[in-house]
Design a protein around this ligand. Sequence first.
Ligand SMILES: [Zn+2]
Length: 380
Amino acid sequence: MSQRNTHDTQSASPFDSLVGQPLVTAFLKAAVAEQRVSQAYLFVGPVGSGKTEAAKALAKALLCVQEGCGSCDDCRRVARQTHPDFHLIEPLGVDGYLAEQMRELIHDATLAPIRAKKKIYVITRADLLRGVPANAFLKTLEEPGSSVAFILMSRTRDSVMETLLSRCQIVAFRRIPQKEAVDLLCSLTNSSEKEARIALAVTGDSPHRAYGYLRSSTRRNTRMMVIEKIERLSDSDDLEVLTAAKELLTAVKALLDEARIQQEQQLIDGRDYLSKTAMNALERRLKRELSSRERELIYEELAVVQSWLRDCLLLRAGQPDELINTDCSYLISQTASRVFESNLVRALKAVDRAKEQIHYNVSVQLAIEVMLFSIREELT
Ligand SMILES: [Zn+2]
């Protein structure tokens, strides 16, 4: 999240983009300014609190010759995760990090940096670093070598092995309160409070993702399209329901194309520094990212459906002040006036089932079709 255009002033700090975390920002800024950046941090905080943003900001501050100007090639590569001295390491195993993955990291950490004076490794799920891979890594974490810094990340402190924890300086990120997240989004994107609340509702209350949503007219239009489809379900025949399901998926595919274009740039960047093996690994990572992005966008559509049905329920319960989708209140009141609460509750359950099925890798198209048929039954 960028609080200001990084090109507009010389004194811009990479930490300015860290919204809603004043203590963390002050702490990391001071560490950089006083040249006492620790070689091992553990960033702890809930989803959406900005840990990855902070890790990237710190990496920019350490890898860019201007301490994170935001506009040089080093800064841009950190942002795109294609800087050869900045590594974001996701667990590759089903249950966590693989021994082989950590062996590779340990070896890589002994090599000199490629472009900058330092190398930075981010372990994105320190809670999933356990057993043999964790033990192999302990010595490196304790004595990383002067040019290496590690940033471990976890949602909670207790889920991280004590032996890892004790070797890191802990930086606690707070959960950003809803009211504050709304205010922040309004000031960052010039959105209204209503729009900011909608954005948080459809992105699982993640301020960072809500920011992305507000900046994307395609995603905002997709929301309107989803609401229209749901609203029309009660008058749709079977073929129209199937077409609606198809259109929901087509919208996701169109949004994915934007991500694909960004990935192409990452591959171009990668070719400058990476070996064939590393390029293959990058391609695999991008593929994984694309499918998790696809899932995220589908969940976003489902969240729109959920939020709309919930609004219908709230209206029936006589709580109009609590509505999220206030820009569609007319449609909501129409549905609320003719559909019973029990039906709305069952329609909501159909959305939950679809989510669960997608989570368990049922065909997305099938899950959405079944969901739409169930909702139609309840709303008719
Ligand atoms: Zn820079």
